[in-house]
Design a binder for this molecule. Structure first.
Ligand code: PMT
Length: 409
């Protein structure tokens, strides 16, 4: 698992400051330790308590320290930070930083730090395009600061134009890119399936399940961050798919089978987090089936995609999930062997607080060599990282987990 990297989030006085709470939370989901500094004006838009509660860390505020407190918080606060993100960044803070002005706690803290700085501006379009602001931005770029956005769109003042703070996910992904947190999957092709099934019965009805797609998307995003070339094969999704990951929709088992098979030969890894429909209607009616007192629906078995891929593979690492309600670990172990996977991630889907739809999961990870890992309940993102740690180890031959599989190179 990634170690806790410290990042300072500097929040200045813009209406976009409310989005900084989401930025803080997303960065924490990435196992970063987030330390928020605020200007006096930022506190007019959002309270320090929000950030303290979210991050669990002390918030650096304006004003001089009280007697007995740390006398030099602008120095100690940013010590050890791997990066400072200013989001939202007003014209004022951009001007101060570009011109070496340190007249409050936040600007003094910025001046005292030698950590890389990323700036996400947020202001009215005319302000953003003012020659002095543009000059300050150019100065900061020359000094090595990175800029994220701004985006063009409807601004808080009602005007439309350039100056809107960049979308939270783009800010977070650029922070992660800049931090370069171990790109150990660089150049690897990873195919990830996510989401549930939609097996049609007629043009109106379908057979489905409760998978939201969160687990698979978390793995796909973590793999992309670690440098992998990721393709997401998405079944029925309850969450948006990441814009920066190639996604192919395949809501039925037959479509998913076709899509996975097409890309499998060229992949290094297949992770099947999708809850594939085990059955489909024997025949799909072309018109809506009329109401009737009772109805016997005839189902046929869908192909077992993961078992078929395991039979076809040569170099690929194949990781499956097991959605269980009873004897989870034992059933998962049997599934691993029966389907001939390299690794299985077992989760208990009878619990409401994990599994289907939740942001959290508690899993048992079992490899072919019999090694069993039981991480505590944690976010699906963190579980994704643990799974990828194992995969990265297998790819570099660090684990002896693959030796038992017949027909491997
Ligand atoms: O999407 P979320 O809301 O985040 O929920 C996550 C999850 C609970 C769906 C996920 O963690 C999970 O358990 N996914 C696998 C669900 C499942 O189909 O489990 P299974 O035990 O029925 O299947 C075992 C493995 O075979 C799975 O990797 C599955 O993708 C694969 N399979 C199943 C049936 C089939 N016809 N073809 C397959 O390849």
């Amino acid at each position: 698992m990634m170690s806790k990297t410290k990042i300072v989030l500097a929040v200045t006085g813009s209406v976009a400051a409310y989005k900084s709470a989401e930025i803080a939370r997303r960065l924490m989901d990435e196992s970063l330790s987030v330390h928020v500094a605020m200007t006096a004006n930022a506190e007019k838009f959002i309270t320090p308590l929000t950030f303290a509660a979210l991050t669990g860390n002390h918030v650096l505020r304006h004003g001089y320290p009280a007697p007995g407190d740390d006398p030099m918080p602008h120095i100690t606060f940013q010590r050890g930070a791997s990066l400072i993100l200013i989001a939202p960044a007003t014209a004022n803070i951009i001007g101060k930083l570009a011109n070496g002005i340190a007249d409050d706690m936040l600007s003094s803290m910025l001046m005292a730090s030698d950590a890389p700085v990323l700036v996400a501006p947020a202001m009215n379009a005319n302000m953003y395009n003012h020659p002095s602001v543009r000059k300050n931005i150019e100065t900061l770029k020359q000094l090595g600061a990175g800029f994220i956005g701004p985006a063009t769109g409807e601004l808080a003042c009602g005007e439309t134009g350039e100056g809107k703070m960049e979308r939270v996910e783009n800010i977070v992904s650029q922070v992660l890119d800049r931090l370069d947190l171990g790109r150990d999957l660089l150049g690897r092709k990873i195919l990830v399936t996510a989401g549930g099934a939609r097996e049609p019965i007629d043009p109106v009805r379908f057979i489905g399940n409760r998978s939201s797609g969160k687990m698979g998307v978390a793995i796909a995003q973590a793999a992309a961050r670690r440098g992998a070339d990721v393709t997401l094969v998405a079944g029925a999704m309850e969450i948006p798919v990441p814009e920066d990951i190639e996604t192919i929709y395949a809501p039925t088992a037959l479509e998913m089978m076709r899509t996975v098979q097409e890309r499998f030969t060229d992949s290094d890894v297949l992770v099947m987090a999708a809850a594939v429909g085990d059955y489909r209607a024997r025949s799909v009616a072309s018109g809506k089936i009329k109401e009737k007192e009772s109805w016997d629906l005839s189902l046929v078995r869908n192909p077992d995609i993961i078992a078929k891929m395991c039979a076809l593979r040569n170099k690929q690492i194949v990781v499956g999930f097991a959605a269980e309600t009873d004897n989870a670990e034992k059933s998962g172990r049997e599934k691993l062997l029966r389907k001939n996977m390299d690794m299985i991630v077992v989760n208990d889907v009878s619990r409401d607080d994990i599994g289907f739809g939740s942001d959290y999961n508690e899993v048992v990870i079992i490899t072919r060599s019999g090694e069993t890992i039981k991480p505590q309940k944690m976010s699906k993102r963190e579980i994704g990282e643990i799974i990828l740690d194992r995969i990265a180890g297998m790819l570099t031959g660090g684990y002896g987990d693959r030796g038992l599989v017949g027909g491997r190179t």
